[in-house]
Ligand binder design. Structure first.
Ligand code: SAH
Ligand code: SF4
Length: 382
């Protein structure tokens, strides 16, 4: 591997135009090469037949298309896919694809681990290692596209000797939606995430509409304002509580950015577009945040705001101190919200049998925050 080569997966259209112009090429080369990489899934410059031979050789010497490596693939009984991907440096991340009748949603990661320590989240539990590069964020889409396309063309087995997606023949994929709801807090990897979003939206790459790309955040207020200026994709916000005291405990970031300020920032995010709403995510934790009183308080908080609510049944993981609310409590909570006129849906639990559901995406990370050791030391002291 030559580390001086530019990984073209790191470049959005604008950056790729600049890159070609700097090497004395015409700017339309950026569109040609982006289409080869993202739409046709080609990583070999030799196959890019609308580039002249000299340019293909120059690209071979100066650029590369380097992807994460697929370590394993799990397919759930309900059709959900989960890939464990290995990155440079040995860390792993997970990516999940959820097929439904009318759409296919890809859930991607933005960081290795997460520093924000939400008490109900397995990614947060593991600590933080590093931000993903643009290539690593976009690479998840590239790989899913390729593998899903391959399968939809009637192939059941990936060649096992190497789970390398670049060796698969291309197919059409049904990925219609991308959600930044995997590992990590996307707004704490702002520049890389925005560049990756640019690639998701660009017509020469994945051509997704802004509406179909959703960024989920635990509420980094200053970054929300910036996001609206540069990307303006759909927004989901992890609320999980209707009062600051409880939210401080569940989402410690709340101590810095409390509920009222967060909701105002969310209103501002969609202001000027009367049809847009912010999705508030609310994980249902048995006996913690699922009472009727809390539902009524949530109604009060969101009344009159451009809001809809997504109730997420808690997905347990071994170290978790919480239990999933029973269906009866989730339904009761939902009914209070619905009665007030709030659009509310309960998220289906998909991929449970392969640990592919929200908050379970763990990978294997080297915890730079040493959170796991600290915890073990506290436990040993009793
Ligand atoms: N960091 C971002 C995005 C990744 S988490 C955020 O917090 O929004 C994606 C979603 O999964 C969030 O709504 C998060 O609160 C939720 N989640 C985390 N752990 C969960 C768990 N164990 N069960 C159910 N949902 C969980
Ligand atoms: Fe990080 Fe989101 Fe998990 Fe909180 S819920 S620890 S912000 S990944």
């Amino acid at each position: 591997m030559d580390i001086t080569k530019t990984n073209l997966l790191d470049l959005d259209h604008k950056a790729m135009v600049d890159w070609f112009v700097k090497m004395g090429e015409r700017s339309f080369r950026a569109s040609q090469v982006m289409k080869w990489i993202h739409q046709r899934g080609v990583t070999d410059f030799g196959q890019m037949t609308d580039l002249n031979k000299l340019l293909r050789t120059t690209l071979e010497n100066t650029a590369e298309i380097r992807l994460p490596e697929i370590l394993s693939e799990h397919i759930s009984a309900d059709g959900t896919y989960k890939w464990l991907l290995r990155l440079d440096g040995g860390n792993c991340i997970e990516t999940v694809y959820i097929p439904e009748t009318d759409r296919g949603t890809l859930c991607i990661s933005s960081q290795v681990g997460c520093a924000l320590e939400c008490s109900f989240c397995s990614t947060g539990y593991q600590g933080f290692n590093r931000n993903l590069s643009v290539a690593e964020i976009v690479g998840q889409i590239w790989i899913a596209h390729k593998v899903i396309g391959f399968r939809e063309n009637g192939h059941t087995e990936i060649p096992t000797e190497s789970l390398s997606a670049s060796s698969l023949r291309s197919g059409r994929s049904k990925i219609t939606n991308v959600v930044l709801m995997g590992m990590g807090e996307p707004l704490l990897n702002f520049d890389k995430v925005v560049t990756a979003i640019n690639i998701m939206l660009h017509d020469d790459a994945y051509g997704l509409s802004k509406r179909r790309v959703t960024l989920s955040t635990s509420g980094v207020i200053p970054a929300l304002e910036r996001l609206r200026e540069v990307a303006d994709v759909s927004l989901a916000v992890s609320l999980h509580a209707s009062d600051d005291e409880l939210r401080n405990e569940l989402v410690p970031l709340n101590k810095k950015y409390p509920i009222k300020e967060l909701l105002d920032a969310c209103d501002a995010y969609v202001s000027g577009s009367p049809r847009k709403k912010v999705t508030y995510e609310y994980v249902m934790l048995d006996g913690v945040n699922d009472s009727v009183k809390q539902a009524k308080r949530l109604v009060k908080l969101l009344e009159g705001r451009p809001a809809k609510v997504n109730l997420i049944p808690f997905n347990p993981f071994p170290e978790a101190d919480y239990k999933r609310s029973p269906k009866s409590s989730i339904d009761r909570f939902r009914d209070v919200l619905l009665a007030s006129g709030l659009v509310t849906i309960t998220r289906k639990t998909r991929g449970d049998d392969i640990d592919g559901a929200c908050g379970q995406l763990a990978g294997q990370i080297v915890d730079k925050t040493r959170r796991q050791q600290k915890r073990a030391a506290i436990a040993a002291k009793g």
